[in-house]
Design a binder for this molecule. Structure first.
Ligand SMILES: Nc1ncnc2c1ncn2[C@@H]1O[C@H](COP(=O)(O)OP(=O)(O)OP(=O)(O)O)[C@@H](O)[C@H]1O
Ligand code: SF4
Ligand SMILES: [Mg+2]
Length: 373
């Protein structure tokens, strides 16, 4: 059944990578993403969290077909894009754009900033040369740079400015969905706040749907409408951000929140922080994949794999015991929890106040000609 509020969806999405081909026997594979069902709503900011290696980047890259799924489907605007050929996919490329973690390695150092931002427009045959020049100047201003920066090269900019260039480039062809894989984690903390706020402003201005991968729970708490928690290639919990932080339903989500340090020396948040290393994704444990580290595990958890099941509108959890467990969340509000998180929240507020004070009156140029209408 098609739902107009859903812009992007995955169905039983899987991706395996061959890590080793022995002389005899089957190749050894890592199950990076192992059966993900996810629905992203039009216009929301959806955050994906989880430990390093749990499959966040692999999932994000499959959403825009930067890599192909091994199994399952990616549905964009009611169309299965996972099996489209290169030509059909090219027509959709401009709708689904990606912002990389490292703005330096993702920008060709031999191209000027203007040529880099113009490239997606040229690739899609959008606008005349003069129209593209005006569009590049406009995009530079929108991301807080200056039109004359178009003639410079990426190495002449700071990390934060380079990420702004990456964002302008992603916006060039008027995308509908913007996916950021740790878009601020390579940046200095004070610059992170500015880029986070910029993304939020652009989301409103361009009517985007944002999908953000972030390690930093403060960034997620600040930006996201809903959160998907991943563990070892699977989604274990999905829900509205306030609900996830205040009232986690999966023991792994509780553990992520409990790992946020509290302000008193030697003190810890309530709840069980996750212990030990994640299991090997080449041979994930049977039953619930979290059971070797879960303080609430019982016999059933070691044998039966829990499926992600809806518990309320927009909320799902994959835990056999979710109804009986009473887990600890972020009780007294995110900002009060950790000095580092508190500092970042203050920076977001300060950057927001500065950008609001400096906002120009609405004299935006008319919409750019597009080949999509
Ligand atoms: N091209 C590849 N070849 C082989 N294994 C890969 C490849 N890409 C990812 N993997 C493996 O797939 C798993 C998921 O990797 P992925 O990069 O998606 O994790 P992640 O959640 O984004 O981690 P991080 O937070 O460190 O960025 C890991 O075990 C990783 O080693
Ligand atoms: S299913 Fe069992 S092991 Fe898995 S998270 Fe729930 S309680 Fe823990
Ligand atoms: Mg990653």
């Amino acid at each position: 059944m098609s739902r107009p509020d859903i812009i992007l969806e995955t169905r039983a999405l899987k991706r395996r990578f061959v890590t080793h081909k022995p002389l005899f026997g089957a190749p050894i594979e890592v199950r990076a993403v192992d059966g993900i069902d996810l629905s992203i709503r039009r216009g929301e900011t959806f955050a994906i969290v989880g430990e390093s290696g749990c499959g966040k980047s692999t999932l994000a890259r499959m959403l825009v077909r930067l890599i192909d799924p091994s199994e399952g489907a990616v549905i964009y605007d009611n169309k299965d894009i996972s099996k489209l050929g290169q030509k059909e996919m090219r027509a959709l490329r401009s709708d689904l754009q990606f912002i990389f973690q490292d703005p330096f390695s993702s920008l060709n150092p031999r191209m000027t900033v203007g040529a880099l931002i113009e490239e997606p427009l040229r690739a899609h045959g959008i606008g005349t040369r003069e129209e593209r020049r005006v569009r590049v100047a406009d995009l530079l201003s929108r991301v807080g740079l200056m039109p004359q920066h178009a003639d410079r090269y990426p190495h002449e900019f700071s990390g934060g400015q380079r990420q702004r260039i990456g964002i302008a480039r992603a916006l060039a062809a008027s995308p509908k969905v913007l996916i950021g894989d740790e878009p601020v984690s390579a940046l200095d903390v004070s610059i992170q706040a500015q880029v986070v706020n910029l993304l939020e402003d652009l989301k409103e201005e361009f009517g985007l749907t944002l999908i953000i991968i972030a390690h930093d729970l403060a960034v997620i708490r600040h930006m996201a409408d809903r959160v998907g928690v991943m563990y070892l290639g699977e989604l274990v919990e999905v829900g509205p951000v306030d609900e996830i932080f205040a009232n986690p339903r999966h023991p792994y989500t509780e553990a992520l929140i409990a790992a946020i340090p509290v302000p008193r020396v030697g003190a810890r948040a309530k709840g069980h922080a996750v212990e030990g290393d994640p299991p090997n994704p080449i041979a994930p444990p049977p039953g619930c994949r979290f059971h070797p580290r879960c303080p609430y595990a019982e016999a059933r958890c070691r044998q039966e794999r829990p499926r992600l099941a809806p518990i309320a509108e927009g909320e799902s959890v994959a835990c056999h015991r979710h109804e009986e467990l009473s887990l600890n969340g972020l009780v007294e509000g995110a900002a009060g929890r950790a000095p580092a998180a508190e500092k970042r929240f203050n920076l977001y507020r300060a950057a927001r106040a500065t950008s609001e004070g400096a906002k120009p009156s609405d004299n935006s140029p008319p919409p750019f000609p597009s080949n999509k209408e």
